[in-house]
Write a protein that binds this ligand. Sequence first.
Ligand code: FDA
Length: 390
Amino acid sequence: MSDYDAIVLGAGAAGLMCAGVAGQRGRHVLVIDHADRPGKKILISGGGRCNFTNTGTVPDRFVSANPHFARSALARYTPADFLDLVEAYGIAWHEKTLGQLFCDGSARQIVEMLMAECAKGGVEVALGRPITGVDHGDGRFRVTYGERTVSAPALVIATGGPSIPKMGATGFAYDLARRFGLKVVEPRPALVPLTLGGDELLFRELSGVATEVVARAGTASFREAALFTHHGLSGPAILQISTYWRHGDPIAIDFLPGRALGWLKQLKRDAPRATVARTLGAALPERLAAALGERLALTGTLADLSDAKLAAAETQLGAWRFNPTGTQGFAKAEVTVGGISTAELSSKTMEARRLSGLYAIGEAVDVTGWLGGYNFQWAWASGVAAGQAI
Ligand code: FDA
C-alpha cells in the first residue's frame, strides 16, 4: 500500500485547485478520478471558453441552507486572486456582461493551468479507473481504485454533483458523506430549464423566441433573457430562477420590464389608432406579442379598448404567471443545489466536524452559485481553503 499525506477524490475544478495548493505546501498528494481526463466540466463550460469567475462575487449570490457558510472561503480567495493566477499563466481573458470573465481562447487553458499547478507541487493524478473502496480506521483513509489501494490521514471529497451524468457526474460524494455519518441536504437540479404542461404547452409554438424579462420566484428576481423552448422555458433568467424555484410554486414573468405604470394608456392617448398588435410588436418579438395579445383577447386599435382593459393587460404582461410542471432534470442542469450539509463542515478549512481528516469541497457541498462564473469561484475558494489545511 502506498502512503500519501492527502488523497483528493475528483480531478475537477475544486479537486485540482486543492491538490495544487497542498502539493506546493510540500504535501504528498494523490488525486483520483474515474474519468479518462481531468476537468471535463471545465472543458465544456462557458461554451468552451470557461466563465472562470465573476467580479461581482459576494456571498448573497450563493444559495445554501446556511447563507453565511461560504463567506470565509470566498473572502480569503477572491476573483482577483484567481485572475492573478490566470494572468501569471499568460491566459488572455475578457469581461462579457455582468462581471463574467471568460478565456479569450479556450477552457483547455484553465485545465492546463490547474494541471501545471499540480505538477509544481509534485501531485500525482490517477485517471480512468473506478474507485471501488473507501475505508477509515486508525486515523487513516484507505482508497482502492483499479488494482491499487492507497492510504492517507486526509481525504478530500471533490467529486462534484450529479448534474450531466452522461459526462461521468455521480452522486458519489453524497453516498460517501452519508457513510461517514454526514448529513446531505436534498440535492435538486439547478440552473436548469423549466418544463410547462397543460394549457401552457401552447407556448411551444414560440419555441426559439427570446426576450429580456424579469423572472420572479418567491423573493428572488433576475432581469435577463428568457427563451421559449419545445419543453418550456429556458435562457439565463429562467436558469437563474430555477435555483430558487420549488415544485408546485408558480413563477412570474415581467415581459416588459422597466415600463412606467400606465404606459399603454399613455400610448392610447398618443396614438389611438395604433393596433394592439403593432403596439405590442414594437416592444416584444412579433410572435410573442401576437401570442400574448391573443391570450389577453386584445384586438383592434388601442382606442377600441377601455382604460380598465389596458390596465389589466399591463398587470398581466408585467407578472405573467407560469406553473412549471418540473425541470429538465440533472441531465440538463448546470449545477446541483443542496449537497453535503454545511453544518457538518468547518467554514475555514472544509473539514468535517465529526471526522478529523475528512474534507468536502466544490459542488459536492451545499453551496450553489448564480449563473455567471460564481460556481467556479466557489470551487476555487473552497479548494484553496482545504488545500491550505490538509
Ligand atoms: P467537477 O464536476 O468539476 O469535478 C468533479 C470530478 O469528480 C469530475 O472530474 C468527475 O469525473 C469526478 N467524479 C465524479 N464521480 C466520481 C466517482 N464516482 N469516482 C471518481 N471520480 C468521480 N460554472 C461556472 O462558474 N462557469 C461556467 O462557465 C460554467 N459552465 C458550465 C457548463 C456546463 C455545461 C456545466 C454542466 C456546468 C457549468 N458550470 C459552470 C458549473 C461548474 O462546472 C461546476 O460548478 C464545477 O465544475 C464544480 O467543480 P467541482 O470540482 O466541485 O466538480
